[in-house]
Design a protein around this ligand. Structure first.
Ligand SMILES: *Cc1c(COP(=O)(O)O)cnc(C)c1O
Length: 459
């Protein structure tokens, strides 16, 4: 039997959820044009659409909400946040912003403009968007092992440092505005990046005099994987590991909606370059608000200050990553393929393997997401060709490297029984998979179509 680390908390407040009948679910998903983003959350039983901003805050965080200081300048909550963030990241300058993409909007144009490139292990979609909005181009440079969903590699999120050097030489170091390390590597399936790899990337960047930015949304989960899998880190605390990780970068952008367990929030950190910090402050004031609140209310800043500490607690992280490992073990027993080994915040089901009769242009990962809703009221989403969209030049459907159906697990929200419902649904679908059909798009917008496109099943 799979090991499950019991929740290191008890439940004081509950939020009722209900499951519709199968007939109702079939009707609702049809009305939603077979796009899960059109579903009402009240019609969803277990919502695994994202782990972003969907976590449950603790009693301390809620108490902090009441204590939040709403002063425009010099607020107590701001000071609390800066103190805690400096302690964890070891950086001199910390700037709150309202979420991760706000941090990107503030930071990217400082380093990037037309003619420049940013190179990352993999850009998250909003990161790519802000690199491109600044006029630069975004290049992904993950190790090739990440593309094989069945082979074990302890750090599939790693930068391909050999190729990084080739890319720098090819574009010219003066044209590489930024090297971005996303921890964990969300787009590769929440896969971790090793300390050795980060250190090596940092040395290459130093040699060519290129700044390094960590995209830090899941830095605590990444630190936990380093502790579990990398030699020499077994006995280090999560904070010690995080500190070393950030010491290899010059700055970071962070969505606090993930590992800091708040519903809204973000951070920019600058290690010690005062000139850069001045630019961060100026852009924050224009776009987000005065530096002591950066687009957040005092109560949310207080909750974030507390959440940062809770997010690096080892008992919490063991339980958190343990949830993914528990689901993965049950999937192994059932012979259902997923991005292996399982990542930190989600299980990415390999829909190409589960539904091999559905070609990429009929969206197997989307078909599986629809079936999850019909089977058990579970909402999850396509990270595959449906999300990828069309080639802007030829207007042809792009074939994605992966066809993943992502089951993202909100933090401290669902119990082991909920996870069992999810795995049982997958097993039931796997048993009737031959009858599942692909989809065709009946309407789509020109960009980011997966949020609003309409689909219909192919007869
Ligand atoms: C969520 C996320 C972002 C963007 O953050 P938002 O808070 O959603 O704006 C950026 N990078 C990564 C890796 C993320 O997971």
């Amino acid at each position: 039997m799979s090991k499950y680390y019991a929740e290191p908390f008890k439940i004081k407040m509950v939020e009722p959820i209900k499951i519709l009948t199968k007939e109702e679910r079939i009707k609702k998903i049809k009305e939603a044009n077979y796009n899960v983003f059109y579903l009402n959350s009240d019609d969803v039983y277990i919502d695994l659409l994202t782990d972003s901003g969907t976590g449950a805050m603790s009693d301390s965080q809620w108490a902090g909400v009441m204590r939040g200081d709403e002063s425009y300048s010099g607020s107590r909550s701001y000071k609390h946040l800066i103190e805690n963030a400096k302690d964890i990241f070891g950086y001199e300058f910390i700037q709150p912003v309202h979420q991760g993409r706000a941090a990107e909007k503030v930071v990217m144009p400082i380093f990037l403009k037309e003619g420049k490139v940013a190179i990352a292990n993999m850009h998250f979609d909003t990161t790519r968007a802000h690199v491109e909005l600044s006029g630069a181009r975004a290049i992904d440079c993950v190790i090739p092992e990440a593309l094989d969903t069945t082979e074990f590699h302890p750090f599939k999120g790693n930068m391909d440092n050999k190729r990084l050097v080739e890319l720098i030489e090819q574009y010219g170091p003066e044209n590489v505005g930024l090297i971005i390390i996303t921890v964990t590597n969300n787009s590769a399936g929440g896969q971790p990046v090793s300390m050795e790899n980060i250190r090596e990337t940092s040395q290459i960047a130093k040699k060519y005099n290129i700044p390094v930015c960590i995209d830090a949304a899941r830095y605590a989960e990444n630190s936990y994987f380093i502790k579990m899998r990398e030699k020499g880190y077994e006995d280090k605390s999560i904070k010690e590991i995080a500190r070393e990780m950030f010491s290899y970068a010059d700055l970071f952008t962070m969505s606090a909606k993930k590992d800091a367990i708040v519903n809204m929030g973000g951070l920019v950190g600058v290690k010690n370059d005062e000139e850069i910090y001045e630019q961060v402050k100026a852009r924050t004031i224009s776009y987000e608000g005065f530096i002591s609140y950066g687009g957040m209310s005092g109560r949310d800043i207080e909750a974030l200050a507390i959440g940062l500490e809770e997010g690096i607690d080892i008992d919490y992280l063991r339980y958190r990553i343990g949830q993914m490992e528990y689901m993965a073990e049950r999937l192994d027993e059932a012979g259902i393929a997923y991005q292996y080994p399982v990542g930190g915040h989600a299980v990415f089901i390999d829909a190409k393997k589960l539904l091999p009769h559905i070609p990429y242009y009929e969206f197997p990962a989307q078909a599986l997401a629809v079936e999850m809703y019909i089977e058990a009221g579970i909402r999850c989403c396509d990270i595959g060709s449906f999300m990828m969209g069309n080639d802007p030049d030829t207007n042809e459907q792009i074939e994605s490297e992966f066809e993943f159906t992502r089951l993202a697990i909100p933090r401290r929200v669902y119990t082991k029984s909920h996870l069992d419902v999810v795995v049982d649904a997958l097993i039931a679908i796997n048993e009737r998979k031959e009858s599942i059909r692909g989809y065709r798009i009946t309407w789509e917008p020109p960009v980011l179509r997966h949020f609003t496109a309409k689909l219909e099943p192919i007869k």
